[in-house]
Design a protein around this ligand. Structure first.
Ligand code: PLP
Length: 411
């Protein structure tokens, strides 16, 4: 493995070895998720290296697969969770519950029951609250442990309005109420930190706005009393270039701007990247089954669908695509879609792609984050298998579902 500090800031789809991808498709069938664990480790280490004095936690929800969590833990990383299942899966992967941080957003009772039971034997667990109701519900359960307050800085950022959480009333304590809530926390709990996660998919263009929100977090830390706080957590949201011509985030510049925005604080800086760690470490392989000449475009039908990768349908996201069977064939403009009966089930409109033929394998890039996690079984489609690459070897880390898996819970 490359020294993480020297590893490339981005892995483009064209950087993957096309013949290897084609042989994976042949061996394990398609659709298929591929996750390169060496790249996951590189991304985590490179990000951490850019923030030498900070505590970098991996946000599990971007990809909660056991192999990914084990990889993060093996590099010495910590994990941030936003649901009880993520906490349990982190522990199953070997995490010490004392190191976990649980971000509670409108937490269901079972999540709070789980977290408080866990904290009874793991007093190091930190619970981040975004509503005073959550505090009261924790107190009702006898919890008096570590609490971080999620701030709503009133400024949201990111690649889509649905991920700009920083100004969305659903998330965090309204800015001006934070000092009063801090007092309430001090009465019955251990106030350890302030937290904000203001958006997702932030690249250089969004960095300034992102830092404006983080400046408010630093300001609030000083107002509340930073010398009393163990940490100031500025969340995740660090973007990756989805388009081939987009430059990657300059981590050194990002780190400097964040430090500058947060300002002098007598507390450890924490960050929670999710997407940044796993996005370019993963892709989806899919086989072409249909080529249809339509008046304005060539329709290329594939076996992956919005059930496999929902981001294009949900956020209008662009994902790079490559014909790994024939990357050098003359390119045509194609509309690539799957077998689901909605016009939203399209990965690309009028996209130049090396002339696909029936049976070709296409790769859909940057699918390592929010890919499998948002997969579903719509149209009674069993979810695909996932294959991990590590040290030049491939292995199935999640088998392909069968129709029995789809119907198993029916009574
Ligand atoms: C989703 C989430 C993250 C990670 O966001 P990315 O955009 O994937 O980096 C971090 N912290 C919290 C609280 C989140 O909800």
């Amino acid at each position: 493995m490359t020294d993480p500090a020297d590893s490339p800031a981005v892995r483009r789809l064209a950087d993957w070895d096309a013949p290897t991808l084609e042989s994976l498709a042949e061996e394990y069938e398609t659709p298929l998720y591929v996750i390169d664990l060496d790249r996951v480790a590189e991304n985590y280490a490179r990000f951490s290296a850019a923030f030498p004095d900070a505590d970098v936690m991996y946000a599990a929800k971007a990809h909660t697969g056991n192999a990914v969590l084990e990889t993060i833990l093996a590099t010495g990383g910590d994990i941030e969770c936003a649901a009880w299942g993520e906490l349990q899966r982190s522990i199953d992967a070997g995490a010490d519950p004392n190191t976990l941080q649980y971000t509670a957003v409108n937490p269901p009772d079972r999540d709070l029951d789980y977290a408080t039971d866990l904290a009874a034997d793991a007093p190091g667990l930190t619970i981040t609250i975004g509503a005073t109701d959550t505090l009261e519900r924790l107190a009702e359960r006898g919890y008096d442990g570590r609490i971080a307050i999620r701030i709503n800085p009133g400024i949201g950022t990111g690649h889509h309005e649905k991920v700009a959480t920083g100004a969305d009333a659903k998330f965090g304590i309204p800015y001006e109420r934070v000092p009063a809530v801090a007092d309430r926390v001090r009465e019955g709990f251990d106030l350890v930190g302030l937290h904000a996660h203001v958006g997702s998919g932030v690249l250089r263009d969004g960095l300034e706005e992102h830092c404006r929100a983080l400046a408010r977090v630093g300001e609030m830390a000083r107002r509340v009393g930073d010398e009393e706080l163990e940490f100031v957590d500025v969340g995740g949201g660090y973007g990756v270039p989805y388009r081939e011509d987009e430059p990657p985030l300059d981590l050194a510049e990002t780190a400097e701007k964040i430090r500058e925005a947060v300002g002098e604080i007598d507390a450890t800086l924490k960050l929670e990247p999710g997407r940044y760690v796993v996005a370019d470490a993963g892709l989806i392989l899919t086989t072409v089954n249909t080529i249809k000449e339509a008046p304005d475009t060539t329709v290329v039908g594939v076996d992956a669908s919005l059930s496999t990768l929902i981001r294009p349908a949900m956020f209008g996201s662009y994902h790079p695509m490559l014909n790994v069977s024939a990357p050098d064939r003359e390119s045509i403009e194609a509309t690539v879609g799957g077998p689901v009966c909605t016009s939203a089930d399209v990965f690309a409109h009028d996209r130049p792609i090396a002339g696909p033929e029936r049976g070709d394998v296409l790769a859909i890039g940057n699918a390592g984050s929010y890919g499998y996690e948002l997969a579903n079984q719509f149209h009674s489609q069993p979810r695909p298998a996932e294959v991990a690459l590590e040290d030049g070897e491939s292995r199935v880390v999640r088998r392909r579902e069968t129709l029995e898996d789809v119907t198993r819970l029916e009574r």
